[in-house]
Design a protein around this ligand. Sequence first.
Ligand code: ADP
Ligand code: ZN
Ligand code: ZN
Length: 725
Amino acid sequence: MASEIRLEVAVPCPLRNLFSYKASADLGVEPGCWVEVPFGRRRVTGLVLAQVDPAGDTNPAFELKEIFAKAEQLRPLDTATLELIQWSIRYYHVAPWDIVSNMVPLSLLQRQPGGEKFWVASTGFSPDLLSRARRRRELLLWMQAREAVSDSQISAAGFSPTLRRELVKQGLVSEATAAPGFAPQKQLPSTHLPQLTREQHEAVDAVALGREQVYLLQGPTGSGKTEVYMAVAKAAIAAGRQVLLLVPEIGLTPQMEKRIRQSLPARIATYHSEASDADRRDIWQAFGDGNIDLVIGTRSAIFLPAPRLGLIVLDEEQDVSYKQQEGWRYHARHIAALRARQCQAPLVLGSATPSLESLFHLERGRYIPLQLTQRHGQGAMPIWQIEPLSPQSKSLLSQASLEAIEMALQGGNQVMVFINRRGFAPAYECQACRWVANCPNCSCRLTAHLQHHQLLCHQCQFARPIPNRCDQCHSQRLQMLGAGTERLENFLQQRFAAWPALRVDRDSTRQRGKRQQLMEQAAQGQAGILVGTQMLAKGHHFPGVTLVVVLGIDQGLLSADPWAMEQTAQLCIQVAGRAGRGKLAGRAILETGLPEHPVLLQLTSAGYQATARELLRQRRTGHLPPFSYWALLRVEHQDFRTCEQVLQQVVDALQASRSPEVSLLGPMPCLLERRGDRYRYQLLIQSSLRSRLHEVTDKALQLLEQFGAKRRLRWSVDVDPLGMD
Ligand code: ADP
Ligand code: ZN
Ligand code: ZN
């Protein structure tokens, strides 16, 4: 009889433990392999994370179930990915399958056996047939120049396999009868990287390929950071290595892709959560096979396996979208640092407004600073103006802003009005009895959206038609309070009727491709007004903008969230950075009810660096991260008493065995106390020692599982939180 081994397997379920199975040793199942196992009454595919030698098995009497089979058709994960999963389980304390399903595109698991299909283009047709379908035409041309190609090669060349499927439907491409001995061909477009400035050269030269080191590239918007990324990437690719370039948002990938394609002779692909399952699977495999040189992607691209990874770049490294805000709350910057260590590669973080965390590491000498100071093709940094808002004012915008807008438009320039709030008005109120329309499920107000004649909850998506009588006193004297993007757009459109107003927010860009279209329209620089949320503030060049007006930042300045101030300061600088044209400095007006706020004064007079240093000092005094380590336990239940009781039980049990380096804060209600008909409570675990934080968090979760099990309590854990919503 063949000897048996014991396997530790991650299976699709929300539990935080691995499951043990036995398997015959001659199946050759190793960590990283996929296996078919019995789980409850089901047959599921799981991932083997470890193998235990039966001789050292501490629990041999336990009757283990046997695996059904090794999933031969599924490619095993590489060691680096496996290591990352194991590390993440320990660090983030979430269920192993949460991690596996975030790292690995699960479409990989639905893969048909029998390997890849190959496709050939018919040469009988002229690509001119497709004159109106540009990308399909390009793909057809590309395929006609080759023998059979697979979908992974197609995506490696930058085409979506969806295009290939369309060509098959049209009969222009068909499946090849035999796989060719194919070596993917490098397409070499003409390259034109600009002559780098001395500063840029110094930055590029400072990055040592082949060594684990984090660099923080600081430079205002338009200072040429992207050119530095491209030059370093080019060097890495020339040295035979692969590159991961992360951008915070899917909307930024096409722009970046276009620039990089124009200047790098490489096999490039883009990867983000909105790509189709098939595309993601193909890129996962092609990058993992080393058939793609560079991937531009959002957060989840950080998990792409790569046999020759030689450089990771995170653009706008301070952006909070690098942190996943549900389920497994990982931070892509953190994962990037681990991967850089694994493969002895540099990690380049770039920003005009670095996170306090990165500045902290810089101060401690852990990161190497790279600095760009000049702005190319854009003017000097904008001139700030703080405009006090009087509480009595009924106008949506101050007189000063209106005059400045008028002047800019008359001069043939663009104006950007920024407010981080979509919809028409954030509150709907009865003037007779002061009733305010609240969400029935959440502790927040409903936002009025005139476009859809609805009051909408931005937390739980509850919607109701806008009532014309007060719910409470039936008065008809109802009013909209405050403004969001929709109201500003209406107002500005009426006030400056001779110029177009363009709104860019989640509502106006819901349609596919709409966002890109709006951005392109905006970038053409025709005089007019752009109204938008932070969607407008990120990474886009609008060369025609000379004036930026920023509204609605007071909330961020007053918030109890320890991260709100940092994020508000970053946002102000980022938005203001959109102004400026040619050699002329732009103007940025901050409308605020807190004109004397020290952070605003410092930000506008001394700049981001000085402000960030001051904010860091405050964090040190307050023992806030990064000067202490935090984990946040959140629980949710329909009854707030259950939330409180269970967390209190956890606290009591932890206090009994408390260690001096750990402090507990809570239970306390979350800032948003109720959401989607559930109360939300939290417990903050703080420690000056990472190891103690992990021990206590682990203990706390075990207790939660124990006390919360029979009470239908939901809970989540957030290690290194970036906000306390
Ligand atoms: P950032 O990434 O810092 O916002 P970019 O790299 O996008 O800055 O540069 C801003 C603009 O300046 C781009 O249009 C870019 O092509 C141009 N640019 C940057 N560096 C140079 C250079 N050395 N020579 C000419 N143009 C440059
Ligand atoms: Zn009323
Ligand atoms: Zn709600």
